[in-house]
Design a protein around this ligand. Structure first.
Ligand SMILES: Cc1cc2nc3c(=O)[nH]c(=O)nc-3n(C[C@H](O)[C@H](O)[C@H](O)COP(=O)(O)OP(=O)(O)OC[C@H]3O[C@@H](n4cnc5c(N)ncnc54)[C@H](O)[C@@H]3O)c2cc1C
Length: 543
């Protein structure tokens, strides 16, 4: 059973040992976990559904107004979502959830919802971290359209390497269906266990090995989108010069233009060999020089993930196994990677000869910068736990610490200043509350032109909802402002949602925003899908 107020399966427990606890206490002061609200208490606070009996019985697909269904569908995984759930400050929830069994049910459902003057929000895996699923305020009832039953592989064209899925399929299920046929997609966001194909497309997701397989923009070949008043079919073509690309209108549309019901994706054969190798470099400057050079040499690595010195230290401290880590650190120090060292995890994927060749090309480049390889031992551990690290959030909460992450991308000259500005903004924001903030950063998507910059902020939760919420709001605003001030995008991979919507204009400009607004108005003149994601709620014509 999936946790209702945290990450992942209830049966999976991450722990932090005494050493890690001591490390956090030294950095932040001792944490005091607040008393979590029980599920029963949270459900008791749900407002009644505003749907009338006639609406409940007249829907073309059965609706659920079960409190737990409504609660689970109305929250994602942002820290704001966590705070509301953990403290039982539930706030807005949807009025009903609908679970279509077939994609054919969606067209009549949207037509009916429009006639009833409802709002509809599609929900995939509910892993959004930017407030996508919070129902908007207002008089109109909100229906969450759950895609969870739409998970079938519809067709597989081996000669074109294309597979078509219903868009609600979750990561592990999608990979399992492809692997059964000897294929794979290779899209592995850290939220892979729960995120859906439609959600990836709607939020322009990026996976851990997007350097090899491509971001979702490269994987999404075409599909079907049910717009509020029409159906949009986008054919799969290897390339097209026929004007603007309609796929680009759907990518990042965040549920505002239509419901992605089916998607064709570009698949690959399962590679013969895959090695993850951990290197250490003596300093951040050397580490950044290494990933920049590797990306610009276009060697074809499947992953480059560079942790800064604080993230490297934190990873080693939270890993447990203090004895083995102490031995590793002594060895690295002897080889020139002492205090200030940075860890670089590299992925080499492909045919056996190709993997050997890539490693042979990367090795001298890394050694010239003082890099020390620790072989595949740490890499194998990383690969085995690549989706388990997220569970640490639960353990940290139970120790009294909140975790939030903010991410961007920018060109190379801005990368280090961006990292410094984001971390500084986070620390200053918490200092304003008399609190410390443990901030650290990695570069996980490295391009010849620049890089993503992904910072994590750990701080004490606070005694009550109001103080915790105020800390989070200050942090979010300060880091978002730092990102746009330093010339980054407000999101490299998490999307815009409601939390980042105020900062979208910094990237798109007034003209760009007007174009986006007119596209939304054209697709959805009555505001059926007006969730407030991406762009604030707009005036609408009558249904
Ligand atoms: C711990 C953690 C780690 C993460 N790591 C990554 C990462 O590495 N890379 C990354 O890219 N993201 C990451 N994310 C963010 C999140 O997983 C992605 O944004 C993901 O793509 C959301 O997919 P979902 O199915 O959960 O969508 P949801 O959260 O259900 O919805 C997100 C938005 O997409 C819309 N939507 C969903 N399905 C459809 C559909 N079929 N049609 C139209 N609109 C739809 C919703 O209306 C909503 O606006 C992470 C999140 C968490 C909690």
């Amino acid at each position: 059973m999936r946790r209702w107020n945290g990450w992942g399966e209830e049966s999976i427990h991450a722990t932090i040992d005494e050493g890690a606890r001591g490390f956090l206490e030294e950095a932040l002061g001792s944490g005091a976990p607040p008393q979590d609200a029980s599920l029963a208490a949270a459900l008791a606070r749900l407002p009644a559904s505003r749907l009338s009996a006639a609406q409940l019985h007249g829907a073309p697909v059965p609706l659920s107004t079960e409190p737990e269904d409504r609660l689970r569908a109305s929250f994602g995984q942002s820290l704001g979502d966590w705070l509301r759930l953990r403290f039982g400050q539930i706030g807005p929830v949807c009025d009903a959830v609908i679970y279509p069994d077939t994609t054919d049910q969606i067209r009549p459902l949207l037509d009916w919802a429009r006639q009833q003057d409802l709002r509809v929000i599609p929900v995939g895996g509910a892993t959004s971290v930017v407030g996508h699923l919070t129902p908007p305020a207002g008089q109109r009832p909100v229906l969450m359209l759950s895609m969870q039953r739409l998970r079938r592989l519809l067709s597989l064209d081996a000669s074109s390497q294309l597979a078509r899925f219903e868009a609600g399929v979750l990561g592990p299920d999608l990979e399992a269906q492809l692997r059964a046929e000897g294929w794979m997609l290779g899209h592995y966001p850290q939220s892979f266990e729960y995120a859906s194909l439609g959600g990836w497309i709607a939020t322009r997701s990026s996976g851990q090995q997007s350097a090899r397989y491509g971001r979702i923009e490269a994987l999404f070949a075409g599909g079907r989108v049910e717009l509020p008043k029409a159906t949009l079919d986008i054919p799969t073509l290897p390339a097209s010069a026929a004007g603007p690309d309609l796929r680009e209108w759907v990518l990042g549309s965040e549920g505002r233009l239509g419901v992605i019901t089916e998607a064709s994706v570009r698949i690959s054969r399962v590679p013969e060999r895959e090695d993850f190798v951990a290197w250490f470099l003596p300093s951040w400057e050397r580490g950044q020089a290494a990933v920049q050079a590797l990306a610009q040499a276009r060697l074809g690595l499947s992953m480059m993930r560079l942790a800064n010195a604080t993230e490297t230290l934190t990873t080693l401290k939270l890993a447990g196994h203090a004895g083995a880590i102490a031995w590793l650190e002594r060895y690295l120090a002897l080889r020139g990677c002492g205090e200030g060292k940075v860890m670089l995890m590299l992925g080499f994927t492909g045919g056996a000869a190709q993997v050997r060749a890539m490693q042979a090309l990367a090795r001298p480049l890394l050694r010239a910068l003082g890099g020390v390889s620790t072989g595949t031992v740490l890499g194998r551990k990383w690969a085995a736990k690549r989706f388990r690290g997220v569970y640490l959030r639960n353990a940290l909460w139970e120790a009294g610490y909140a975790v939030d992450t903010m991410e961007t991308a920018c060109d190379w000259p801005r990368v280090t200043p961006m990292m410094q500005a984001m971390e500084h903004a986070g620390r200053s924001a918490l200092a304003g509350h008399g609190e410390r903030c443990h901030a650290y950063t990695h570069l996980s998507h490295v391009y010849p032109q620049g890089s993503s910059v992904y910072s994590t902020f750990v701080f004490r939760i606070g005694r009550d909802f109001d103080s915790a919420w105020a800390r989070w709001q200050s942090l979010k605003a300060a880091v978002s402002e730092a990102i746009v001030r330093e010339g980054g995008t407000i999101s490299h991979q998490h999307g815009v949602g409601k939390d980042h919507a105020p900062y979208l204009g910094a990237e798109k400009g007034a003209t760009g925003l007007r174009l986006i607004d007119s596209l939304i108005r054209e697709a959805d003149p009555h505001g059926l899908l007006d969730s407030g994601n991406l762009r604030p709620s707009a005036a609408r014509t009558q249904p």
